[in-house]
Design a protein around this ligand. Structure first.
Ligand code: 8YV
Length: 315
């Protein structure tokens, strides 16, 4: 039988492309000189698509792939793919939960420790030869502080577990109470911000959370507290955040995600009370390999007539 044809919509690691090339014909929309023409040529034959957390098929592209059966996203977040449009056509969407949880939670802790303890600043301080002129200003203790978690899903829970080891006092908000979570549920995001030393954003992206963290939430957080975002840049109103940081209405921020990746607001580059990383929460060899393996396993399961391993739930 002919190999099923796949459309690579978002950039994928070489080892995944090499592996898939054994069983599938790959068409690289991610690097196509003329994407429109490629879709016109191969669209009618495409049976599967490869997506990512920042880029996936939208409704218009899905409509141009009449034989599409499955979209396998190399990410836990699937807000970049139009899942309702896919499900409306009975196209399966899969993602990569669990395998990246540890890494993302590790980075959340890292950012929290880095902004609290001024570690980025301390690095620059010594590298720039400023140490002989006197000591660094004092930092903020992290252990024992109040952590507010916005979104107590897999990743929020993994951060809470780590933060428990740091003696932190943990509370969370979510759209529903998580029955099995041994942490205080705070229904109002503003109340949670008001009572937190660190506010961690670990909820889903997409239309339901767009601009959730705005000036009012940042003011509730206040001048002694920090924001950490390892979820999606869209959840934070970025101009509001930049303004709040400039005016010292919050103490600082640790950010792995931004509204317009791969661009971060240049104003942040000048701020000492900000730690920024280029969306690297899942970026370890081990985890990226496990994510790629899961992407491939979902595709192989589907095309050999077995149920996929990690489908995105139907809304
Ligand atoms: C990826 C992510 O780096 O899983 C997610 O949702 O945002 C990250 O793990 C990104 O999606 C690359 O595809």
């Amino acid at each position: 039988m002919d190999k099923p044809e796949l459309l690579v919509v978002a950039r994928q690691p070489d080892y995944l492309l090499d592996d898939l090339a054994k069983d599938f014909v790959l068409h690289r929309l991610d690097v196509a000189a003329d994407p429109d023409r490629l879709v016109e040529e191969v669209g009618p034959r495409i049976r599967g698509a490869l997506a990512g957390g920042m880029k996936g098929p939208d409704a218009a592209l899905i409509a141009r792939l009449p034989k599409l059966e499955i979209i396998s996203s190399n990410s836990v977040g699937y807000d970049a793919t139009d899942v309702p449009a896919a499900h409306a056509r009975n196209v399966i969407v899969t993602h990569t939960p669990d395998v990246l949880t540890d890494d993302v939670a590790d980075l959340a802790m890292t950012l929290m420790l880095m902004i609290g303890r001024r570690i980025g600043e301390a690095e620059r301080f010594i590298r720039e030869g400023r140490w002989p002129q006197g000591p660094m200003p004092l930092a903020v203790k992290v252990s024992g502080k109040r952590l507010g978690i916005v979104g107590m899903g897999r990743i929020g829970t993994a951060v809470a577990r780590r933060a428990t080891g740091f003696g932190m006092d943990i509370a969370y908000t979510d759209i529903v109470v998580k029955g099995n979570a041994p942490y205080a549920f705070v229904p109002s995001l503003h109340d949670l911000a008001r009572q937190s030393d660190f506010l961690l954003v670990s909820c889903v992206g997409g239309p339901t959370t767009r601009g959730l963290i705005d000036a009012a939430v940042l003011d509730a957080l206040g001048p002694k507290s920090f924001l950490v975002n390892i979820a999606r840049g869209t959840i934070v109103n970025e101009p509001d955040l930049v303004k709040a940081l400039k005016e010292k209405r919050i103490a600082g921020a640790g950010l792995d995600v931004f509204f317009d990746e791969p661009h971060a607001p240049p104003e942040l580059f000048e701020m000492d009370n900000v730690v920024i990383t280029p969306h690297v929460a899942s970026a370890t060899n081990e985890t990226r390999r496990a994510m790629a393996d899961l992407v491939a396993a979902n595709l192989r399961a589907h095309f050999s007539g077995r149920p996929v391993l990690t489908p995105v739930p139907k809304g």
